[in-house]
Design a protein around this ligand. Structure first.
Ligand SMILES: Cc1cc2nc3c(=O)[nH]c(=O)nc-3n(C[C@H](O)[C@H](O)[C@H](O)COP(=O)(O)OP(=O)(O)OC[C@H]3O[C@@H](n4cnc5c(N)ncnc54)[C@H](O)[C@@H]3O)c2cc1C
Length: 436
């Protein structure tokens, strides 16, 4: 066990490994990346591996652009090879209302510099032959979107790249306390001993709120389950076919191992506050429920008929870290000096990890990030204390509305009335109203 470091990253998932690699690359000195379990073993290797350039705001768009550039040039940058599939993607609308949404998102993203094209159903079918064109109103083709076939390959690449730059990976070491002098970080306590450091990065995924509490910092994330399945190989599906995102049902489909991967966002997801769980709890213990995926699959089988009855090769799942406003939490804690946060993935932590790692490391080492991350700053929660119910309701609401515009208007798209939504998520609306 080390006794001193210039920076300690808590968590060796996609976010922690990327931050650790970039800190070492930018000359931070002795960087230690600690994990309570094996490195790269929790939510990150269970991701779908999708990268998406169409994002809800400019800061995320810039992070997504940087991230796609970095993974497609990973070997040039780090010396470690990384296979990436340049498949492109199709975001598809099957109702006039969702066609408006696709057009609006396309227009907004184009203004932020994303190359994309609106295509009709015939062109969508030419690009993705496993897509049934009937019923498709419009699709947005983003040619530069990519996916990583096996997400664990990005984690292995980060691990190798971090070690090549001199970072130390410390598995099976749980951070149990953060030593403070006044409001300043002095070190971390672990179940293997104490480590002195002036910089701690909370990249603890589903445990990020708990790690924040060790430093008396509010890190308001609520873990919410997300699942996917991969079918056995299907004739005619090729790796280079595009990722499909079907907006009305919040479902994604991509080629995977010769078959298709299906994942999506149910309207009634399962929050899982691991603060109530045993210390041994790991992502392997998240209860999976394939019926959720069967329900989502049934909503899109008319457009992707090959999914109907396709035998399942793998079913996996993990935890998103949802935040009350659906935005990342990345940056310095406003009160605790030396305490930094990289979490609040809201479902995009795998694909944004290359950019977040670089930009947060710039901020720590050089004093400023090259992308303005004001909208992601932990500072926005400075004066807020969230009770468990508020966080749970907000996390569930953000998850259920992930794929479309957020805001009360959109609630009506999924629920028959706003009143119904207000009843279902009463605590959240109290909170939203109090922010107005
Ligand atoms: C099924 C599924 C599909 C997904 N698909 C995508 C996708 O296509 N694209 C995308 O961008 N995102 C996707 N996501 C989201 C993505 O996986 C997450 O955003 C990302 O993996 C979060 O990374 P992380 O490093 O925060 O979490 P993790 O990978 O969970 O890492 C956190 C680490 O912190 C460690 N830790 C916690 N507490 C402590 C402690 N006290 N001491 C030491 N270590 C500690 C944990 O052991 C863990 O290893 C998906 C998620 C799921 C579940």
């Amino acid at each position: 066990m080390l006794s001193e470091a210039d920076a300690v990253v808590v968590g060796a998932g996609a976010l922690g490994l990327s931050v650790g690699y970039h800190l070492a690359k930018l000359g931070m000195g002795r960087v230690a990346i600690l994990d309570q379990f094996a490195a790269a073993s929790q939510t990150s290797p269970r991701a779908a591996g999708l990268f998406k350039l169409i994002q809800a705001d400019e800061a995320r768009t810039r992070l997504a652009q940087l991230s796609v550039h970095k993974v497609t040039h990973f070997e040039q940058e780090s010396g470690v090879p990384l296979p990436v599939v340049r498949s492109g993607s199709l975001m598809m609308a099957r109702t006039p209302q969702h066609a408006d949404l696709v057009r609006t998102e396309a227009e907004r993203s184009a203004a932020w510099g994303i190359g994309l094209e609106l295509v009709d159903k015939h062109e969508a079918n030419r690009l993705a032959p496993f897509l049934e064109p009937k019923g498709i109103q419009v699709a947005c083709h983003t040619a530069a979107d990519v996916y990583i076939e096996e997400p664990s390959s990005l984690l292995r690449a980060y691990l190798q790249a971090a070690e090549l730059r001199g970072a130390t990976i410390v598995p099976d070491t749980r951070v149990t306390g953060i030593r403070l002098r006044g409001n300043e970080v002095l070190g971390v306590l672990t179940d293997q001993g104490e480590l002195a450091t002036p910089v701690v990065v909370d990249a603890a995924g589903a445990w990020a709120r708990r790690v924040g509490e060790l430093a008396q910092a509010v890190v308001p994330v609520m873990p919410v389950r997300h699942q996917l399945l991969i079918t056995k190989p299907i004739d005619g599906v090729e790796a280079a076919h595009p990722i499909l995102r079907i907006v009305d049902s919040a479902v994604y489909v991509r080629p995977a191992r010769g078959g298709l991967m299906l994942g999506g966002f149910e309207a009634d997801p399962l929050p899982l506050d691991i603060r109530g769980e045993d210390q041994k709890f790991s992502i392997q213990d998240v209860p999976l429920d394939v019926s959720v995926l069967h329900r989502l699959g049934a909503m899109v089988e008319v457009s992707v008929p090959a999914l109907r009855g396709a035998p399942v090769d793998e079913h996996r799942g993990g935890l998103f870290t949802m935040t009350p406003d659906g935005q990342l939490i990345v940056g310095p804690h406003p009160i605790v000096r030396g305490f930094w946060v990289a979490t609040g993935c809201n479902g995009s932590g795998f694909s944004l990890s290359p950019g977040i790692g670089q930009v947060l490391a710039e901020w720590i080492v050089q004093g400023a990030p090259s992308i303005d991350l004001t909208s992601c700053a932990p500072d926005r929660f400075r004066s807020r204390a969230f009770d468990d119910e508020q966080l749970r309701s907000a996390g569930v609401w953000q998850y259920a509305h992930w794929a479309a515009d957020k805001g009360p208007d959109n609630v009506e798209r999924r629920y028959t009335s706003l009143d119904q939504a207000r009843t279902k998520y009463a605590a959240l609306f109290v909170w939203i109203d109090s922010q107005a």
